[in-house]
Design a protein around this ligand. Sequence first.
Ligand SMILES: [Zn+2]
Length: 353
Amino acid sequence: MMQAVFDGHNDVLFRLWTNAAKGADPVAEFIEGTRQGHIDMPRARKGGLAGGLCAIYITSGDIGDDARDGNGHYAIPLSAPLERAPSLDIALDMASIAFRIERAGGWKICRNGADIDAAEAEGKFAAVLHMEGCEPIDADLRALEVFYAAGLRSLGPVWSRNTIFGHGVPFAFPSSPDTGPGLTEAGKRLVRECNRIGIAIDLAHITEKGFWDVAKLSDKPLIVSHSNAHSLTPISRNLTDKQLAAVRESNGLVGLNFAVTMLREDGAKSADTPLSDMVRHIDYMVEHVGIDGVALGSDFDGATIPAEIGDAAGLQKLVAALRNAGYGDADLAKICRDNWLRVLRSAWHEAAA
Ligand SMILES: [Zn+2]
């Protein structure tokens, strides 16, 4: 039997936006399918991908992530901050693609738990709009109000870049996630406002200091949508045992990132990465956060993932590997779907965590 998956992070809107700039029709690409990238309607159906958080993401262009020394080590400098106006234009473009797909029947933009349930019942992809890095948002949070009204239900104050809200963690291996300062005063206002109006706050890509700033401020379960265990893969983007313990303490969640650079012991960017590396991180995070606090955050369309998974159509291979590793149906339902629904409902003021 197929285990339905609700996934915590994908960049399908970024892929569709990139291809649209080259003349492709993003609605047709999603609905009819393509061989490119990882997610479209046919492949989501095939792999049991029932929905997930779809990121509005502003690119910094080529960040030079192939530069490694003889030991496979690297330290990519933090990307430069972005201007707000062009970032806002891109965010509106990506959001418009999301709404055009919805209008054409390709998915449902979900604003609450009942929407997700309804989408699943209709057999429609349940898309939740996420903003990965808040360059489109002003310090007075006026744009936040508008994006919320449009359907935004999750955001990360930073991508791996500094914003007016906080400091991002650069990509480095090996490296601690403690690479700089945390939230700014505007960032603290942003966190409080998200708590108040009901937008999930995602701590992927923020510095360790920023993580602790949010942990101190936020009254909601801590969410790290696409990061793994630093003890197993010591990249700056993964979480230390102390951070995992804080996620557990808050009844929060960590979503397994399928990026091979965040799964492999050697941090190499090689798609020839066994599923056992994914299981190893799940096991470790379950041990440290608990079975109610581990989920999936594939980074589909945003990362090099294990060839054995390939794309969204291969998701049940991960489910099978987890089953073989001893996870039963109830555990698999939590990891693959239910834990995300629980923390989102909590962030959206729908239920206690
Ligand atoms: Zn990311």
